[in-house]
Ligand binder design. Structure first.
Ligand code: AP5
Length: 221
């Protein structure tokens, strides 16, 4: 299965693609996670990306395309992959087409998660994760069962993404509307675009995505 999950910041791409990774046995590839790992490691890519990410802008197409080209050639992608956060510009979408063509792989679907902007801001600005195991929580929607203690690993340290500050979230939404939304007609013209209601409960969004996958003949692994 080769799938793209597309949607604005906070639409639920990470949440849903992690579920699909387990259910369908294919690699989840998040360019945001890859970049955050580079920033944490203090690598040259991380140094180039950090200030752009902190300001809510998009990292250069050239850097991202190079990173993805290397990533999808790894053995864990042999059975397929779910792209979360890539492509994010039309040149990235064109570069992906070229990469897939070279390896004779066909894209199954691009699934758009549709969510209203006010909900996105609320979702992102309340989000935090366990520093030890990465489990995600939310100030309003999903608090740890015992305050200050991770449900999964018992960790007591939590972190918030630097780009989840309200003012940066608005810059990220602007970048989505200006640079990423034009990808939607690109994939629509290719007959690959499907949309689901990302405002629904998480389980319901999952069910909608699975219905699309069944419709196009993709079975769980
Ligand atoms: P990235 O990490 O990709 O961030 P993003 O696209 O802004 O998306 P998020 O991770 O914030 O949200 P999400 O859609 O995954 O939602 P989530 O499941 O977490 O990118 C970060 C930065 O890296 C970019 O700004 C850019 O600088 C750079 N970058 C990355 N890729 C790039 C590229 N290709 N080109 C250039 N630059 C690039 O959910 C959010 C919250 O909502 C969570 O708290 C979750 O629990 C909750 N939630 C999810 N679903 C539901 C639901 N149905 N109901 C209620 N709550 C829900």
């Amino acid at each position: 299965m080769e799938l793209i999950l597309l949607g604005p910041p906070g639409a639920g791409k990470g949440t849903q693609s992690k579920f699909l990774e387990t259910r369908y046995g294919v690699a989840q590839i998040s360019t945001g996670d890859m970049l955050r790992a580079e920033v944490k490691a203090g690598s040259p890519i991380g140094l180039e990306a950090k200030s752009i990410m902190d300001a809510g802008g998009l990292v250069s197409d050239e850097l991202i395309i190079r990173m993805i080209g290397e990533r999808i050639s790894r053995p864990d992608c042999a059975k397929g992959f779910i792209l979360d956060g890539f492509p994010r510009t039309v040149p990235q979408a064109e570069a992906l087409d070229k990469l897939l063509h070279e390896t004779a792989v066909d894209l199954d679907a691009v699934i758009e998660l549709k969510v209203d902007e006010t909900v996105l801001v609320e979702r992102i600005s309340g989000r935090f994760t366990c520093a030890k195991c990465g489990t995600g929580y939310h100030d309003s929607f999903k608090q740890p069962k015992q305050a200050g203690v991770c449900d999964i690993c018992g960790g007591t340290e939590f972190v918030r993404r630097p780009d989840d500050k309200a003012e940066t979230v608005h810059a990220r939404l602007e970048a989505y509307n200006a640079q990423t939304a034009p990808i939607l007609p690109y994939y629509k013209a290719k007959g690959r675009l499907y949309s689901v209601d990302g405002m629904a409960e998480m389980d319901d969004v999952q069910a909608q995505i699975e219905a699309v996958l069944r419709q196009i003949g993709v079975a769980a692994g």
